[in-house]
Design a protein around this ligand. Structure first.
Ligand code: PTJ
Length: 240
């Protein structure tokens, strides 16, 4: 039991959640390593949602609201860290959740699905006959009524290959990634450089706030977003 008074309470608690995720069979063991890398970057941005992240969250909310068919991709880390928030986002956007994992395991896919349903999701899409072109590994399989059909795909904590492939397929891609240098961060249309545990609740808030705005206003927010500039600001912050 970690006492709340511990100066690293949130960080230690988050690690615990992921370790439990591994024990439950939701998170891959590799997910712990990925999280460690994320933590290092989080430390460098002072474990705070910086302005460049807030700006990217606003643009993401606008793009998701403008989407005709947005889909939210869920992997083992996302499922363990923020099941409730990801379901909230799916609900307010009417965007399906789709389980799509990198480290192949049919058993883990089913466990993630059950986990999300137990947390209140009505429906969870699974990879089937849909194909993401240009990808060789397990992630090439997707749901043909989910990611395959989507115009905007939200892929938090992603590996670079699939992000590039989704872009080549003509989709708009939004990601959350603490590493501004990762291929995903560099390739996505919008990159939220922040910890998912802070960014996701803010994205839900952002969608709720912007949902009454005029389409033209939302389009302007998206048009004014410059991902290169955001990544540069994130790197600048890290350098400092
Ligand atoms: O469940 P699976 O099989 O799909 O596996 C999921 C992981 C995350 C293990 C898999 O997609 C993977 O290996 O990802 P990568 O290539 O390590 O990329 C994950 C990215 O997410 C890295 O750039 C990390 O810095 C970043 N990251 C890790 N934890 C967080 C994070 N970004 C935001 N918030 C975090 N908590």
């Amino acid at each position: 039991m970690i006492p709340k008074s511990h100066p690293r309470f949130v960080s230690l608690k988050t690690r615990d959640i992921l370790v439990k995720g591994v024990k439950k069979g939701i998170t891959s063991v590799h997910g712990l390593i990925a999280h460690g890398r994320g933590e290092a970057y989080d430390y460098l941005i002072k474990e705070k949602t910086q302005k460049f992240a807030k700006d990217a969250i606003k643009a993401s909310a606008a793009l998701l609201l403008l989407a005709k068919y947005p889909v939210i991709s869920v992997n083992g880390n996302v499922a363990a860290l923020c099941p409730k928030e990801i379901i909230k986002l799916s609900r307010i956007l009417h965007a399906p959740l789709e389980v799509n994992i990198f480290h192949t395991s049919k058993v883990r896919e089913q466990k993630i699905k059950r986990w999300l349903i137990n947390h209140g999701s009505k429906k969870v899409l699974m990879p089937n006959k849909g194909i993401i072109k240009y990808v060789d590994h397990n992630r090439k399989f997707c749901n043909k009524n989910g990611i395959q059909k989507a115009d905007v795909v939200f892929v938090p904590l992603e590996d670079g290959d699939r992000c590039q492939a989704l872009k080549k397929m003509g989709k708009k891609v939004i990601t959350i990634d603490l590493n501004p240098l990762s291929r995903t961060a560099q390739t996505a249309d919008i990159t939220i450089v922040d910890n998912i545990i802070r960014a996701l609740p803010l994205l839900v808030k952002g969608v709720n706030k912007l949902k009454t705005l005029d389409v033209d206003v939302l389009k302007k927010i998206v048009k004014n977003h410059n991902n290169r500039k955001i990544l540069k600001q994130a790197l600048q912050c890290i350098k400092q």
